[in-house]
Design a protein around this ligand. Sequence first.
Ligand SMILES: [Zn+2]
Length: 448
Amino acid sequence: MSTRDPLGYYAVLELHHEASEEQIKAAYRRRAMVLHPDRNPGRDTTEQFQALNEAFEALSDSAARAKYDTPAAAPTAPAQPPPEPIKCSACGKVSAQPRVAVYRSVRSFLLVTIRKPISGVFCSECAQKKALKASATTWLLGWWGLPWGPVYSVQALLDNMFGGTHPPLENARLLAYQAYCFHALGRHDIAFAIAEDGLKFCRKIRPTSRQAALVIERDDLDRRLKSFVAQERPNAVRLKNSWKLANRFFAFHAGAMGLVAAAITLAIVNAPLYERTFPKGPMPYSSQALAAGAITAPSASVARQMPPPPVFVRPRTAPNGKPWPMVAGYLNGEPQTRAGGHSEITIDNGQNDSDVFVKLVSLSGNIARPARQIFIPANGKFTIKSIEAGRYDVRYQDLKTGTRSRSDGLTLSETADARGIRYSVMTLTLQRARNGNMAIHDLAEGEF
Ligand SMILES: [Zn+2]
């Protein structure tokens, strides 16, 4: 088909372009007689007959014919399709305020912690959902790796809570294009608002002295955006900022943060046996048991709390002034307090080839005070009985090396129920290598 007969209408009628209306009608009648299906039994001419009718319809109407003839006579450039605004990569909707946004999710497994950025061009609605999902993943899976799981998790959660990252260059490019689209579509008010947003991102692009290409791109974006702003200013509107921080999910992020902070605090406060931090300082220690007279007569035993000589020499006598016993037991004459309960602690020195001097120290009250003082020989063990419920720790001195240590704080409980009295029974294994069943801490002299 020639360019002057793009759909072949003249050819179907076997006519040239200058044919008159009469000629067209005559040609149609002649060809119709030939091609009519009723006149062609055994031969399918339906398609040709339809083409003939279509050609006649187009060429018999003078307006339609003029239109059919025009493109060939005066060819024009095909019309540009309008530009397509950028759509949200999640929901596919066109948004006046899309953003390139990056959120972080963290997953950990033991020693491996993986940080995964979740990025895309999002409408504000989808961005909020992405942020929430990234945070939920982090809440569930981020913590369980050492050492970086908790650190990265907190970073990611805060970052997502405060809207993630909006890289300025990508957003300036995106908004420059979006402004152009809305301008081309005739939405000049929106184009103005978008261009203003884009300029804000443009100002945040800070190339270093080595990024010459970035300087050029930024200046180009800046010029384009400013020209939109200038051109569309008569139509200026301000869009409602759909990216403000106080979105409807902010409370979820903040609430979850608050809950976990509260849970951690509660866990620390209530940790019964394995609390990690021992109350240092806040609880002064007195080597005197809380017994009548003991406080007003500090004399002898305080005098023995002298700085130890550089090389430890085992004292000849126990603090009670008598020789160290041969078997495990309480030191004669030292007061025994907090003795009205049922709980028991067995101190097992079976792993140790040194004799030890042990104090069970009560942490109830403002001053920590020894409740029992016990000698346990190398490889021996001793069970402290009838201990009242309360907070305690165990402090002991290795009588071979002079090393002083204490256990973590521990809580003994005692409750009565229908089946009787329930109380705590514990065993502490003292080991020189300090890998027994308790966390062990060095102890200052004044605290023993
Ligand atoms: Zn969306």
